[in-house]
Design a protein around this ligand. Sequence first.
Ligand code: FAD
Length: 483
Amino acid sequence: NSALVWIRRDLRCYDHAALYHALRRFQRVYCAFVFDTDILNALPTRSDRRVEFIHASVCELHGELGALAARSGAPGGGLIVRHGPAVECIVQLACSLGVQEVLTNRDYEPASIARDRCVAEALRVEGIAFSDYKDQVLLEHEEVLNQQGKPYSVFTPYKRAWLQKLDAFQLTPYPVERYARHLAPLPTKEEIPGLNEVGFTTTNLHSLPLPTGTRGACQLLEDFLPRMAGYKEARDFPGRKGVSYLSVHLRFGTVSIRHLARLAMQQAVVGCEGAQTWLSELAWRDFYFMILRHHPHVVTHCFRAEYDRVQWDEAPELWQAWCEASTGYPLVDAAMRQLLQTGYMHNRLRMVVASFLTKDLGIDWRRGEYFFAQHLNDYDLAANNGGWQWAASTGCDAQPWFRIFNPVTQSQRFDPDGKFIRRYLPELAQVPDQHIHFPAAMKPLELQACGLQLGLDYPLPVVQHASARERTLMRFHFMRSQD
Ligand code: FAD
């Protein structure tokens, strides 16, 4: 008997739920990945770091599956790679291989759930079973409910319940190696299509500190582990190496979430505050997956319906300034340049630029969310939507609408010596520390002393924060007065 494991955002072959179950239950197990044209054709450009990251990781996984098979004495092993609409490709492949079942790891996005229903139905017609497994999250949407059996909408009680549920069993790795001898040889003439064959060109990925595949994830993890104890204290400072940079690997499953949580838990239970805080971030990740699964309306609407009445501005020039990193607020602009140049943005800065777009520029959070979706390497619908709705005050457990980040004081607090700003805005390199956060406040002589011409070398602020803040308060007051 034989089965097909459909790999999606789980590009690894250790501690892999669907692969483990397939290998345990079937004698011959094939693994496949589809470059899904339904997803790829919707991307706005043919040069996308994520596609290149996936392509490199797929090639590595092919080799790892072969090596795993060889270690286990299996006759073959490797990854079958297709390019086309996922539903058609998987059904055709399952039929041509003659498998009895297709197994995969569960996805929680509404479009993926709909796609998986289509696949399951098309397979059923062919007499092939379809099954899916928890792998992407630590605890699923139905596993952490309140005493009334309802989903949580506030993070702190959710996290308390989440921590209580997260026992050793939940963190146990799937011993894929135990049954790896069941990996089937690849059908003949299987080759992985090149990046150009799936319609994409290379990007600057290889010049970034973003190693691909499970080896890349391992490298980042090894770098982070000695820093984990200092995470609580260092994580908010974008100029310091305080965070793990593992998000893209979590996004594409080149690292196991259980493996990460186990490592954090070992430190957290012996009182390491850094590990406890990092574990909380993994809880936020599950929290937003849970919110998306229970409340799929958040994809297009505010979590809290009344906030759909907020009247946002069109503001095309302000929007352009935000997208092009030319708002005149250095921390915002440096953050946007980090995003444009590397596809990554530090969490503190995601909060700052999202707040700036919605509360200083009065622009709908959905436009910022979409911009991030195009540019973030780690783009994930659940976390991105959750983060944007938090910053815009429209989400569950969000920043209260009357608390508005001041982009200058955020900068003074979290990039005190302007190290991060100078990294991405070299035009401000000579500006003294006390003015780096808001050069528009410099006097003519001070500007002259550091050779900076505002409006030429660096833009003047596109809005004044104090008056923008007042407008936002009125915007939200007006929305609330319509009750
Ligand atoms: P670390 O600080 O090392 O955290 C470890 C892991 O915990 C992260 O890799 C991530 O998987 C998870 N995590 C951390 N913070 C959060 C959070 N607030 N919500 C959910 N998960 C979290 N994260 C994404 O993975 N994809 C996104 O598209 C995304 N968009 C965001 C948009 C906005 C407006 C905001 C405010 C946050 C967003 N985040 C997103 C959350 C967070 O900013 C990133 O996960 C984090 O910056 C990634 O860097 P890291 O891996 O070094 O994180």
